[in-house]
Design a protein around this ligand. Sequence first.
Ligand code: PLP
Length: 264
Amino acid sequence: MSAVTEHKSVLDSCRRLEREGWRVTWVGVQPDGIIDLDALRAAVDDRTILVSVMLANNEIGVVQPMAEIAAIARAHGALLHTDAAQAAGKIPVDVDALGLDLLSLTGHKYYGPKGAGALYVRRRKPILQLACQIDGGGHENGLRSGTLNVPGIAGLGMAAEICRLEMADESARLAALRDRLLSGLRKHLDGIRVNGCMSSRLPHNLHVSFDEVEGEALLMALGDLAVSTGSACSSGSQEPSHVLKAIGAVGDRAGASIRFGSSR
Ligand SMILES: *Cc1c(COP(=O)(O)O)cnc(C)c1O
């Protein structure tokens, strides 16, 4: 079971499983981008092996109620995975408090080097044993063979350490910048609409729609601001993203939607 607003890395993996004969149930989100918990309750049953819901969305920054999702999964004996690529280093992530069995992250989303990620696998209650992902020498306890990318791994760890030390201050600073940007936009422009829940959201993310404005024209007018109308992983596409479609931000509203991210 997974959610319709997942990143392509999860969507495409689930689609592959479907092609191999597994049944994947897709759960929708509310207009604020939060997963529909009633639909999730209805979708998960005792045949569900795995629930995979992202912790924070890469476009609209919405943070999902993971502990509630975990309770639903646990009630049916299903394992819970989260894609924490956007959340790690930005908000506190505690695998026990959130009830997670598996968590994946990527270092470059929190200022680490590209090309290295991590998968947390619960070792107790329950003991999880993963199948081998890559053959060829038995590295990483036989899970993923191949010589390790030591600079990438060390960089991922160092970046995590820096985030651990600075996250509290940094998040408050980025949220203040984000909020200042939003109030500035609202002060000077009509027809501003925030996409995604504002109260359960990454501190640095602002995703807004500009009514009756054309997206590409808006981008051009923004000059040297580094922003994007689509998702970075699906750029070049003129179609509104699957996330914007899922929250009903379609038509003109999706065309002139921009994600602003405040950062170091
Ligand atoms: C960036 C991202 C990924 C993919 O990670 P890469 O290491 O860039 O392939 C997966 N999920 C989310 C939510 C992301 O933001």
